[in-house]
Design a binder for this molecule. Structure first.
Ligand code: SAH
Length: 234
């Protein structure tokens, strides 16, 4: 089945409204909704916010269910030249807040010892996402997404990443945990995030507060369209 993970109720609302829910399961404090969405067998999970919550949720999914691939969706902060309402699709994902440079100078800022610097998303899933975005005439970018346990409002915090990565387009708090867990369990994944706020904008926080529900709905609706058109063999 296809797994869809989102952090917050507002990011799950449209998915659950459109889903035929057959079974609800709880593991730790995580809720898993099993059923059909757009004619596909799906398991939709609410992770909660942040990297630990996302890692617990993804691990539970990988251990308990037979997952074909994982979509992690929801909202994110955007970096220039991204606009509010755009969609960012993961070429790859990295940490925004890992720093062991003092003790391990060979590793760049952002890399966890023993783990990849960037975890790349599944090419076929990324391409299929982009085909649907093009068909639906969305504004989107394919690029790198960074995750950390912080709501980022100042791009200076990301400078050590931006000096290396020229197409870092979005920052949020869960997708690297999903990516790295999927990578370790050898399960394909893609991250699809709608931009709820633009980092460094003087009105960023108001932008988030005023638009997060609409952007979450838009992004979830896109994921439903993506599933409708999705075929394993094309
Ligand atoms: N209590 C608020 C705040 C949630 S934290 C609420 O319920 O809306 C922000 C969430 O949105 C996280 O799940 C994160 O993944 C995403 N997000 C959106 N903009 C972000 C930004 N600028 N920095 C980090 N995460 C962001």
């Amino acid at each position: 089945m296809i797994a869809i993970i989102a952090a917050m109720d507002k990011e799950l609302k449209i998915l659950l409204n459109h889903m035929q829910i057959d079974l609800i399961d709880t593991i730790a404090d995580k809720i898993f909704y099993q059923g059909k969405l757009s004619g596909k067998d799906v398991i939709v999970a609410k992770s909660g916010i942040g990297k630990v919550n996302a890692a617990i949720t993804t691990t539970a999914l990988c251990l308990k269910y037979d997952i074909e691939f994982i979509i992690n969706t929801g909202v994110a902060g955007g970096l220039f030249p991204i606009n509010s309402g755009d969609i960012v699709v993961s070429e790859g994902v990295m940490y925004s807040d890992v720093d062991v440079v003092q003790i391990d100078p060979d590793l760049p800022y952002g890399q966890m010892p023993g783990d990849p610097y960037i975890v790349y998303a599944d090419d076929a899933l990324v391409n299929k996402t982009i085909n649907t975005l093009n068909q639906m005439k969305f504004n989107y970018r394919k690029g790198i997404i960074a995750s950390g346990d912080q709501f980022v409002t100042d791009s200076m915090k990301l400078k050590p990443l931006q000096t290396v990565i020229d197409h870092l387009y979005a920052v949020e708090m869960e997708s690297m945990s999903v990516a790295i867990t999927a990578f370790k369990f050898n399960i394909p994944f893609v991250i699809i995030r709608g931009i709820s706020d633009v980092i460094d904008d003087t009105l960023q926080v108001q932008m988030y507060t005023n638009s997060v529900e609409d952007i979450a709905d838009m992004t979830a609706s896109f994921v439903i369209s993506f599933l409708e058109g999705y075929r394993w063999i094309e």
